[in-house]
Design a protein around this ligand. Sequence first.
Ligand code: WT7
Length: 656
Amino acid sequence: MSTTAPADQTTAKVYPPSPEMAASAHIDAAKYEEMYAASIADPEAFWGEHGKRIDWIKPYTIVKNTNFEPGNVSIKWFEDGTMNVSANCIDRHLATRGDQTAIIFEPDNPEEDAQHITYKQLHVAVCKMANILEDLGVRRGDRVVLYLPMVPEAAYAMLACARIGAIHSIVFAGFSPDALSARINGSDAKVVITADYAPRGGRQTPLKSNADAALLHCKDTVKCLVVKRTGGQTTWVEGRDFDYNELALEADEYSKPVEMNAEDPLFILYTSGSTGQPKGVVHCSGGYLVFASMTHEYVFDYKDGDIFWCTADVGWVTGHSYIVYGPLANGATTVMFEGVPTYPDASRFWQVCEKHKVNQFYTAPTALRALMGQGNEFVEKCDLSSLRILGTVGEPINPEAWNWYNDVIGKGKCPIVDTWWQTETGGHLLTPLPGAHALKPGSAMKPFFGVQTVVLDPHTGEEIHDYPCEGVLCLKDSWPSQMRTVWGDHERFEKTYFSDYKGYYFAGDGCKRDADGDYWITGRVDDVINVSGHRMGTAEVESALVAHASVAEAAVVGYPHDIKGQGIYCYVTLMNGVEPSDDLRKELRTWVRTEIGPIASPDVIQWAPGLPKTRSGKIMRRILRKIAENDYGSLGDTSTLADPSVVDDLIANRAG
Ligand code: WT7
């Protein structure tokens, strides 16, 4: 289903770590083998030890208490320990690195000054934000929605919630007012934190007015805290809206971190699945932080003094774990970039690397493909000599993009860590370690410590022990940053992840495992597509389309797209009497953007007088995918269709 079929492993070139890298990295090949074996042989002992990498108020005595059995799924780590995430990310560094930069903020506009925020300054800012939230009535366990640009205040707000025990739920600033109100209501949030505008790529998204529109559909007790980013005009509702910058002037500079249980929720993050509306993935405090900080250190070979840059947005899990929580728990310097890779031009990423002397750079294959197409002169004019480790995430990386990353960006001397994980997993599950593994372009390589990946036969549900093999990717046992539940719907949690293959966590991806035991992700095996590294449920786009008055029925599938990985291909059946037209196509595209957000924009809309259905009325998506992929040779058996002629019509009128 992925556009990037894994390379033929027998012929692929292999890139072993350089002797210097193997010698200097935290983990070399022998150490990986030893630690991995120990982590599987005795998870209690392994995590009992590594759980100590963060500070506990009351140390845990119970390490692991997890159950994947359908009907009784329950995941708890370090359950009798207490701690505070914010204190771990800030306070414990104050004595040793108070004047070290915690966050480098690089604004959208390169003419605007970057900000260097030290751990001491971060402490003050987070305490102030915590006090402001408490003054607005936020208490331990309450939900706070963040709808913010990539500004330091986003990190302050996350850490302030963690400090007082509130649960944050970040909504990516590219989402529409409808998506925002659904998430505010879904978690019954007390406060929404937003900004006047979000500058991005030279344009400005009117976040506050989006929030105003969303709040029309929320309880009138929900308060809105507004960060001034551009100073642009906004409307103001007295009694509901509060000015963060004004309140911060007066707010107290100290707030005591609340003693939280390891299993108290830290955040909710909505993500798309194959059915229904997005679900609120719940992550808890202790296990999440242990795993995020440990993967950040080992996967990126982070060392004291390094400058770490993850280009994600805090609206996605990558931003949670590898811009904020992992790096700050490790006392790192983390870069927060507000802009986009191609503004003002295609050298922006590389200029930022040069300007801030970035050592670890972590981005998505879609960004690399877009930049690769712009030509190497944008890279060559920048000094990238500070780079030591490169990383990718979000989708399989095609060998061309991998080679470009390796040769042109890394100059052949920076290992590339291809990290496979999910919103649900909280941190990296499959990845090479820079000093340990011989890299293969396109392979996410090996399980991280404590991670028990298995390949199952999709038909029998049995584990496949052969090498090489192909099947569905599952997890045999828990790891500390596994999601704990779906917010408000534990049954959906069990049904989504634990019911297809009994006794396993089912990730939704297919994979191959080669003769060396290295994993190659082949893409989603469900009705989820991966657009520019963002997960999109086809059902979500379909329900947005059918909400339009002219649409009778819609079926959405992914198709290969050069830059995005997968594009969104929509088959639309119009209401009786409605005439298809290019204007209507445009209107539907705009409609989906306003219903969900620009990331859900249909790439192709094909008018479909009929959809291929079985006699029982089930849409045969397999056929629609083949047509969208322009692959008619392998349509398979169409004899079970209620009306096989529908397929000929769709092929004859294939769009694009
Ligand atoms: C899905 C999870 C984890 C943060 C970004 C996306 C795909 C992710 C890789 C990779 C191949 C990958 C999978 C996964 N995916 N990383 N390195 N190689 N596929 O998080 O939105 O939760 O999506 O992204 O299909 O299931 P997400």
